[in-house]
Design a protein around this ligand. Structure first.
Ligand SMILES: Nc1nc2c(ncn2[C@@H]2O[C@H](COP(=O)(O)OP(=O)(O)O)[C@@H](O)[C@H]2O)c(=O)[nH]1
Ligand SMILES: [Mg+2]
Ligand SMILES: [Zn+2]
Length: 285
């Protein structure tokens, strides 16, 4: 029988089967020693002597380490329009990390009720670049969001104070209650990076631990970075040099597209900053 792991506590795995039934399963010793099962894994379970056992982990489409979770479909970048101030630099860094992890980025701008007109420049910039932007204010939760979460595994990311808990709580009032209970039981701090549970929200599964909080580019190569900027996709193949980094190379179609305002100069400049960061790191070693 096929099932999905939604929660792990030591060697107790909570799995949900294809009929949406929950079971507690244990992993076979062989599995635990090798590639251990993580939350989000699709697995084959078998009932033996009235005990549910995980026999096999099905191939993963991706794998996140912090929090530990497999098969993430999308990451919701939560950023407030104000309080804390909106930062496109931060959003873009998150986009690059998320795409690099083979996860689809979505942008969710909260506290629209506190914002002035200036936020519209960014909303338009992301939308015209092909990113999905969801807007949230004090009273409203975009109905789009319920459809977006359905049947998917979603992780949230964003600084503290932007409204992640408020948002989840609006979508599923049980969510906060449950996550607070769990953090208390586990003593948050020690386990934050390792533990993650998937909760049902709007017919989908949402991780209770924010991801990508370290903004860590130390493992990323310049080639990885170049492939992580979705804005460049239509132009990068046409550059004169196949390994063009769109920096100062002649015949660069990405740079040309930025000058023609076909590619966002905001994203391009944020890309250049990270590119330099990676290049300088390389020179040091
Ligand atoms: N005005 C306004 N305040 C909000 C909105 N969303 C969240 N907040 C407030 O922002 C603060 C931080 O929210 P919280 O959900 O705890 O942020 P988290 O740290 O990302 O989980 C709380 O005081 C919320 O009431 C919103 O859309 N509009
Ligand atoms: Mg919170
Ligand atoms: Zn180029």
């Amino acid at each position: 029988m096929k099932a999905k792991i939604v929660k792990i506590i030591s060697n107790q795995y909570t799995v949900v089967d294809e009929n949406n039934q929950r079971h507690i399963a244990i992993a076979m010793g062989k599995l635990r020693l090798g590639d251990s099962p993580v939350v989000g894994d699709n697995v084959i379970v078998e009932e033996r002597d009235s005990k549910m056992t995980i026999k096999k982990i099905l191939p993963r489409k991706n794998y996140m380490v912090r929090p530990l979770i497999a098969n993430v479909d999308q990451a919701l970048i939560v950023m407030s329009a104000k309080d804390p101030e909106f930062s496109a630099t931060l959003v873009d860094r998150l986009i690059f990390l998320i795409v690099n992890a083979k996860i689809k980025p979505l942008i969710c701008i909260t506290k629209m009720d506190l914002s002035d007109e200036s936020i519209n420049i960014y909303i338009e910039d992301y939308r015209s670049s092909g990113y999905h932007v969801i807007l949230i204010d004090k009273d409203n939760t975009d109905h789009d969001l319920a459809d977006i979460l359905k049947d998917k595994i979603t992780v949230l990311t964003g600084q503290s104070g932007v409204g992640k808990s408020t948002l989840l709580n609006k979508l599923n009032p049980e969510f906060n209650l449950k996550t607070q209970k769990i953090s208390k039981a586990l003593g948050r701090g020690k386990h934050t990076t390792r533990h993650c549970e998937l909760h049902e929200v709007c017919g989908g599964l949402v991780g209770d631990t924010p991801g990508f909080s370290s903004l860590d580019f130390s493992e990323m190569s310049v080639e990885d970075l170049r492939e992580s900027v979705l804005d460049f996709k239509d132009y990068a193949d046409k550059c004169r040099f196949r390994n063009c980094l769109h920096q100062n190379e002649p015949g660069c179609k990405v740079k040309e597209a930025v000058l023609n305002k076909e590619v966002s100069s905001i994203r391009y400049n944020n890309y250049l900053d990270i590119l330099k960061l990676i290049q300088e790191r390389k020179e040091k070693y």
